[in-house]
Design a protein around this ligand. Structure first.
Ligand code: ADP
Length: 602
């Protein structure tokens, strides 16, 4: 991720050429004043002018080429870095995303890398070029008058020291600015994304307050740097005055003593500009450079985060799996000292449906998160076909995994693109077949644009049930061996409900499914129900067994539905079987609402 070396070298040569050419004009002043005018050597005027014109041309061409070369190289680098950072961020673990705001990450990828432009492009040119002209100017000045140069150097070094200190102070402030910016942008992204909730709870004013607070912090930070840069400006003005006065004093005395020519003095004052100007430039671009370095440091920080598949233990390459899932005394905590799973053990045989039920916060999502290999158990193992998931090459596993979450994640693309997201290389026929199975066809084909209908950001233009069907179609198309399902808790109209159930039963067929179940129909159809509480499995068995046991499952169930419903739904209660039966949900069958076993009790 460095600029191409050859190009940089060429850039440096060009800087040198352009700066040296730029010094021809001031250097020639001495000959103009002392020789052409002072000694009436008019024959020297022509060559002198020619030299100046030629030097100007060389300077113009070389600085043009330089800007072209370096600014384009800088932009190429920015593009390359953005690409690399994005790829890297994509490989980081879910835990990293939990700990970092989306907006801040966007910032790292898009804005922080821009610093390269200042480093490689204009900033570098100014800096190196300035140093170069300064040193050439210094050599020439020494030849003209060592005494004046000594005085000048003394003041300039003092100034440089002040500058160096100031930069040291500014740098952490710039670093902080990037952080504040990321946080403010992050919150903004969230509140814009959650506009319905914000408006729904009439929280616009509160969000505005939060944002205003962030903006104020940003302002305070910028104010600090502005003061520092103004102080530097002040110091440089003072420096110029002091140096000017000193040079006038020493120069006048030297001329009067015959130690210095008038031309020498003029040339010296012009060269002085070349020595001091880079320092001023460093003041202005120095802040840019400091900001750029701070941004690049943040970028480097992200790049140093270890990707989730970097673990050296991840060596096992999975072939096509059967989907035999075993949890072997799994313990897990997100934060040290706060265990979330306290020894979870169960087996899900290939092709079976396992329903997780229990109050919210019990650890159900955490159990499925471990199956998705989003996290690694702190103790115990999750085995798939006998292989510890912590040792598996993630790409060989995740391609065989399907995830359908409550919050369906749709892009602002067409229905077809959203379905094909899971398998971009699928043929149109395959996509269509998946849409049929998930009953997406039923609504998509009624739209004027059919499958090409654009769904809007996060799928806002579709109904909740339609979004779910799209995400089911996506999973059908992926054809995973293991399926993780987080059933929606929201109630849907009975028709959508029935269509979703139908899609889901197609989807689950022949796959090992672990479902965070909210719906009675799903729970009753599951091969095993695991009742999760406080990070443990407190009961397991199928609906009939658990019901007869009259334990936690029964208790939770009766709390939710009352004794009547309970009797009504109790298995084998004479002819009073519930509406639902083994023939499974079909479109014309009344659907069942969510069974909120998840709600916290009390
Ligand atoms: P459920 O799915 O049963 O509602 P979860 O698995 O989501 O339960 O949560 C179990 C516990 O873990 C809760 O106490 C929750 O606060 C905690 N938890 C969940 N996700 C995180 C996270 N990313 N960081 C820290 N704690 C978490």
């Amino acid at each position: 991720m460095f600029p191409r070396a050859g190009l940089l070298l060429l850039g440096l040569v060009l800087i040198a050429v352009s700066r040296v050419a730029g010094l021809v004009l001031p250097a020639s002043t001495r000959y103009l004043v002392d020789d052409v005018i002072g000694k009436s050597r008019t024959d020297l005027l022509r060559p002198l002018l020619l030299a100046v014109v030629a030097a100007t041309l060389v300077q113009a061409v070389s600085s043009f080429t330089l800007t072209q070369l370096l600014s384009k190289e800088a932009q190429r680098l920015i593009a390359e870095m953005r690409r690399r950072v994005q790829v890297h961020v994509g490989r980081l673990s879910v835990a990293y995303y939990d700990a970092n705001k989306t907006g801040a990450l966007v910032n790292r990828i898009m804005t922080d890398v821009e610093g390269v432009r200042n480093l490689v492009g204009t900033g570098l040119v100014e800096f190196v070029g300035g140093l170069l002209s300064a040193s050439v100017a210094l050599t020439l000045m020494l030849r003209i008058s060592p005494a004046m140069t000594l005085v000048t150097l003394g003041s300039v070094s003092l100034f440089a020291a002040v500058l160096y200190r100031a930069m040291g102070t500014l740098r952490p402030i710039f670093r902080e600015r990037g952080q504040i910016y990321g946080e403010v942008a992050g919150r903004l992204t969230e509140s814009l994304g959650g506009v319905r909730v914000v408006k729904g709870y009439h929280a616009e004013a509160r969000e505005a307050d939060v944002f205003a607070g962030g903006v104020a912090r940003l302002l305070a930070n910028i104010m600090k740097t502005l003061t520092a840069t103004s102080v530097m400006g002040l110091a440089s003005t003072v420096l110029l005055g002091v140096v000017g006065a000193a040079v006038m004093y020493v120069g006048a005395r030297q001329i009067l003593a015959g130690q210095l020519t008038l031309g020498g003095f003029f040339t010296y004052t012009l060269l002085l500009g070349f020595l001091v100007a880079p320092l001023f430039q460093i003041v202005s671009i120095g802040t840019q450079l400091t900001e750029a370095l701070a941004g690049l440091e943040r970028t480097r920080e992200v790049l140093r985060e270890a990707p989730e598949d970097a673990d050296p233990r991840r060596t096992q390459v999975l072939g096509r799996i059967e989907g035999d899932v075993v949890y072997d005394d799994v313990r897990f905590s997100y934060e040290a000292g706060k265990p979330v799973l306290n020894g979870v053990s169960f087996r899900a045989a290939p092709g079976t449906v396992t329903a997780l039920v229990g109050p919210s916060g019990a650890g159900k999502s955490t159990i499925t998160g471990l199956l998705a290999a989003f996290h690694v158990p702190s103790e115990g193992r999750v085995l798939v076909d006998g292989v510890d998931l912590a040792t598996v090459r993630l790409e060989t596993y995740r391609t065989q995994l399907g995830v359908v979450l409550q919050e369906t994640f749709l892009f602002d693309g067409s229905i077809r693109e959203n379905v094909a997201f899971s398998r971009p290389d699928a043929t149109p026929e395959q996509v269509l077949a998946a849409c049929r199975l998930a009953r997406v066809d039923e609504f998509a084909e009624s739209f004027p644009d059919g499958y090409e209908t654009i769904v809007g950001e996060r799928g806002v233009k579709l109904s909740g049930g339609q979004r779910q069907r799209v995400s089911i179609a996506r999973a059908v198309l992926a054809d995973p061996r293991i399926l993780i399902l987080d059933e929606a808790t929201s109630s849907l109209d009975s028709e959508s409900e029935a269509l979703i159930q139908e899609g889901l039963s197609h989807l689950m067929r022949g796959r090992t499914t672990v479902v965070i179940a909210h719906r009675l129909s799903t729970i009753r159809r599951a091969d095993q129900i695991l009742v999760v509480e406080g990070g443990r499995i407190v009961e397991s068995g199928d609906h009939a067994t658990l019901f007869e046991r009259r334990g936690r499952y029964f208790e939770m169930y009766t709390k939710q539905h009352g004794l009547e419903a309970n009797l009504f739904l109790a298995p084998g209660e004479g002819g009073k079987e519930p509406q639902e039966n083994e023939a499974s949900a079909t479109a014309d069958e009344p659907a069942e609402g969510p069974l909120d076993l998840l709600r916290p009790r009390g």
